[in-house]
Design a protein around this ligand. Structure first.
Ligand code: ATP
Length: 246
């Protein structure tokens, strides 16, 4: 089995004429849930877009499942859930999923759609137009769309944003189940209690990596009582180090 699902070396991304990621190295172990955390604007989405292969002005090496990010061979093997819902509100749940299954070239679309609906627990809503679903249901359709190609790597950009604690807990149970099946999940989040559900944590700040750690080591290394305060401690330390260098 592959040791790392993603290996990044010397990643540099220029957006709006300035480097927003500069010299990033990291790896994502296969079969694990890796949390991508960091303040707003730290580069999480840009990193995820680079992994999926949809980001322009990327230099350095981004290897995904043994291939260069974005190569056509990876299309079905990588599922991407963007921050904003990317499903069609005027189509039903099943129509959306059939469409995404066709894009991914899924050989048995009906079976794949049914499996994705079951995974995200949307049974009973199959024929409902997405525009009439609740916010939480809609984000689960986006997750199902990312899942319908049966990907080995799932890249999920803030999948739980705006969801209530019950839905967040349920979605994290889904993520854990997907990882137990051998899939790799790279999940960004602002919600620090979600950090404790990850196998590994990547902490970004200002386009760089501040920490590559585990939830236990994050707490032990900072002496903080919870993930949120540990995170703030590391961000403050990194900011102070940067000021000392200047
Ligand atoms: N299209 C763009 N043109 C110029 N700058 C951009 C563009 N998209 C993003 N940026 C800048 O790149 C930096 C990283 O943005 P990115 O969206 O990756 O951050 P993020 O960590 O995902 O933030 P958030 O948590 O708020 O979603 C930010 O400073 C942002 O302003």
């Amino acid at each position: 089995m592959r040791k790392n699902a993603v290996v990044i070396a010397g990643l540099r991304v220029v957006r709006g004429g300035r480097p927003v990621i500069d010299g990033l190295d990291l790896s994502v172990p296969a079969g694990s849930v890796v949390g991508l955390l960091g303040p707003s604007g730290s580069g999480k989405t840009t990193l995820m877009r680079s992994v999926v292969g949809v980001q322009a002005s990327v230099t350095g090496s981004v290897e995904v499942l043994g291939a260069t990010a974005g190569t056509p061979a990876l299309r079905r093997r990588v599922g991407y859930m963007t921050q904003d819902a990317s499903v069609y509100t005027d189509l039903t749940v099943v129509q959306n999923l059939r469409y995404f299954a066709a894009l991914a070239g899924v050989p048995s679309p009906a079976r794949a759609v049914a499996a994705a609906v079951a995974t995200v627990d949307l049974g009973g809503h199959e024929r409902q137009r997405v525009g009439t679903l609740s916010g939480g249901e809609r984000s689960r359709v986006s997750l199902a769309a990312a899942l319908v190609g049966d990907p080995e790597l799932l890249v999920l950009d803030e999948p739980t944003v705006g969801l209530d604690p019950v839905l967040r807990r349920d979605l994290w149970a889904v993520f854990r189940r997907l990882a137990a099946e051998g899939r790799t999940l790279l999940v960004s989040s602002h919600v620090m209690d979600e950090a404790t559900q990850c196998d590994r944590l990547l902490l970004m700040r200002a386009g760089g990596l501040v920490a590559d750690t585990t939830p236990d080591d994050l707490l032990a290394g900072t002496g903080a009582p919870d993930a949120e305060r540990a995170f703030l401690t590391l961000i403050d330390r990194a900011a102070r180090r940067e000021e000392d260098v200047r």
